[in-house]
Ligand binder design. Structure first.
Ligand SMILES: Nc1ncnc2c1ncn2[C@@H]1O[C@H](COP(=O)(O)OP(=O)(O)OP(=O)(O)O)[C@@H](O)[C@H]1O
Length: 248
């Protein structure tokens, strides 16, 4: 992965986004270093998805700054979307195409086709079984769809991965598989911003966990170098408080 050392994959400072008459994001600040895995948690309607859409350049901001690998999505949305890999809760693939054909197609559309050997190496590194490479995506589980999309992100050399509820609906083994995959992405220098309601999964995987409340990061926890990585009681109390606060 080629990255400029002094440019962070993501910097957000004092971001304000208004939807209707509400300041849905109200002074949100958040930066990610290469290889960092950040879990963003918060009650329903707290602004998690809004944060992801703002990073993708889909929402106008009232004030604040935001940059993805040094580029402002408000100024160059296409350049930012070319650098960010966004996985919605349910990854959409062309069902009538195989994993290989999907990846080839998206790379070609992006103007960055890659040789067969590279695509297979990416499938191997995300743990997509070889039997799936040429199978139609219609038969794929959520986990297989995610692996295909992450292989595409690796091939595109995206420095930032945005994940919306990646483990909802995954069985425990598939979720563990997914968390191991995130750790290997992190080791390659990919920064990951993961929106989730899975407190235990976040505590297993993330380097930092942030609680979004009233449109900003209200609390933040950093993983310890020694076990346990996070104080689960403190996390639980933090999130219980946020639920009690969340708007109806
Ligand atoms: N298109 C819209 N127009 C006006 N308000 C919106 C729009 N989309 C979302 N909102 C409001 O913005 C707030 C934040 O929504 P957002 O989807 O970011 O929350 P979230 O934290 O992702 O919630 P959830 O956990 O339920 O997915 C909510 O109050 C929501 O009602």
């Amino acid at each position: 992965m080629v990255m400029q050392p002094d440019i962070l994959p993501l910097t957000i400072h004092d971001l304000v986004i208004t939807r209707g008459d509400r300041r849905v994001l109200d002074g949100l600040s958040l930066s990610l270093a290469p290889g960092e895995i950040y879990a963003l948690l918060g009650g329903n309607g707290a602004g998690k998805s809004t944060t992801l859409f703002a990073i993708l350049g889909f929402l106008a901001r009232s004030s604040g700054t935001l940059s993805v690998a040094g580029t402002d999505p408000a100024e160059a949305p296409d350049a930012v979307r070319a650098r960010v890999a966004y996985l919605p809760e349910n990854v959409a693939l062309y069902d009538h195409l195989s994993a290989r054909e999907n990846v080839d197609y998206f790379l070609k559309v992006a103007g960055t086709p890659r040789p067969r050997v590279d695509v297979e190496a990416a499938f191997e590194s995300v743990g997509l079984a070889a039997s799936a490479w040429d199978a139609r995506a219609a038969s794929f589980s959520k986990g297989m769809r995610q692996k295909t999309a992450i292989a595409l992100a690796l091939l595109r050399q995206a420095p930032l991965l945005l994940l919306d509820e990646p483990t909802s609906g995954l069985d425990p083994a598939a979720a563990a598989d997914f968390h191991a995959l995130l750790a290997s992405l992190s080791a390659r220098g990919v920064a990951v911003l993961m929106v989730t309601h899975d407190l235990l999964g976040a505590a297993d995987t993330a380097n930092r966990i942030g609680l979004i409340q009233a449109g900003r990061i209200a609390r933040e926890w950093t993983a310890s170098d020694t076990a346990p990585r996070f104080d689960l009681n403190a996390l639980h109390d933090g999130f219980a408080g946020a639920r009690a606060w969340a708007p109806a």
